[in-house]
Design a protein around this ligand. Structure first.
Ligand SMILES: NC(=O)c1ccc[n+]([C@@H]2O[C@H](COP(=O)([O-])OP(=O)(O)OC[C@H]3O[C@@H](n4cnc5c(N)ncnc54)[C@H](OP(=O)(O)O)[C@@H]3O)[C@@H](O)[C@H]2O)c1
Length: 277
């Protein structure tokens, strides 16, 4: 039975697809450039990728609350098991300011999944370690300076490979239905400590600079960002500054029976794989 993966070119989806293929499972890796194409914002593309699918790993669209209608389409198509990538803080008061809660698609997505007639598992990861090697911090690492309004706050960065391993377990094994797995790495690091680990792994000169929320937004706007996007980025970092992203979660251990991988090991592997050239 085909397993659908949305976001299959992304940090987690790509790893889920690779692991499933290694297990010999039939995979439909869906995205805007796949065949057939899948675009969250074009619901006419949903049916073709759901055809013949019995299980799905859903990487939601962050731009709008589309998980709920997509789940309805998936159930209509006969999907029986769904593993949803969500995020930390969905149920933590004050994690996001109330006026920004609408911008978090995971709140409505989780609620829709929990009430659906389907075998479900929710993954709630913290900040991905791979943001530094594949994501929105990578260019800053290459430029030698990461500027963020994160202060001396720490985050318990989680390996995207660990998230993918939990997703694959939930898709292919019994015992994960109805579980919500909060996922983190085994220790919290400040942005300065994280960057120092990468400097040590790569031999690059790279530093972290704390900037105020207002200065960060102004710098991004000066670079051409829409103000709302710049503000949203700063808001997403604010839990780190406020110290509420440093807690450790046991989801990797609970789901896989082994400890989560440490940031240092993950970044060393990324350096060896040429993540920063
Ligand atoms: N990064 C973090 O630290 C973090 C932490 C907690 C939770 N999360 C959550 O994890 C999820 C994935 O984040 P990520 O960092 O893994 O993202 P990512 O690596 O940037 O991947 C995003 C994926 O979404 C797909 N995509 C984008 N727009 C699309 C569209 N209109 N239609 C179909 N597919 C589209 C992209 O595929 P194509 O470009 O091929 O279409 C890509 O595969 C998000 O919901 C995020 O909120 C992230």
């Amino acid at each position: 039975m085909t397993i659908l993966i949305t976001g299959a070119t992304g940090k987690v989806g790509r790893r889920v697809a690779a692991r499933l293929r290694d297990l010999g499972r039939p995979v439909r890796a869906a995205g805007r450039s796949s065949t057939p194409p899948f675009d969250w914002t074009e619901d006419s593309t949903w049916g073709p990728v759901l055809d013949g699918v019995r299980s799905a790993f859903v990487v939601p669209y962050d731009g709008a609350p589309l998980t709920r209608p997509f789940l309805a389409a998936a159930l209509d198509a006969g999907v029986k098991r769904i593993v949803l990538l969500s995020g930390r803080g969905v149920d933590v008061d004050g994690y996001l300011p109330p006026e920004w809660l609408h911008a978090n698609p995971h709140i409505d997505g989780e609620a829709a999944l929990r009430s659906a007639a389907v075998d479900w598992t929710v993954l709630r990861p913290g900040w991905f370690a791979q943001n530094f090697s594949e994501g929105f911090f990578r260019d800053a690492i290459l430029a030698g300076e990461l500027r963020l309004p994160a202060g001396d706050g720490a985050a318990s960065f989680v390996d995207a490979g660990d998230i993918a391993a939990v997703a694959v377990a939930a898709l292919t094994e019994e015992g994960h239905v109805g579980q919500t797995y909060e996922l983190s790495g085994p220790r919290a690091l400040t942005m300065g400590e994280a960057v120092a680990e990468i400097a040590a792994a790569t031999g690059r000169e790279v530093r972290y600079t704390d900037v105020s929320h207002a200065d960060f937004v102004r710098e991004l706007v000066d670079q051409g960002w829409p103000e709302a996007d710049a503000e949203g980025y700063a808001i997403s970092v604010s839990p780190v500054r406020r110290g509420i992203d440093a807690y450790l979660s046991d989801g990797v251990e609970r789901a896989l029976g082994r400890p989560a991988r440490d940031f240092r090991d993950v970044m060393r592997d990324a350096a060896e794989a040429g993540a920063w050239g």
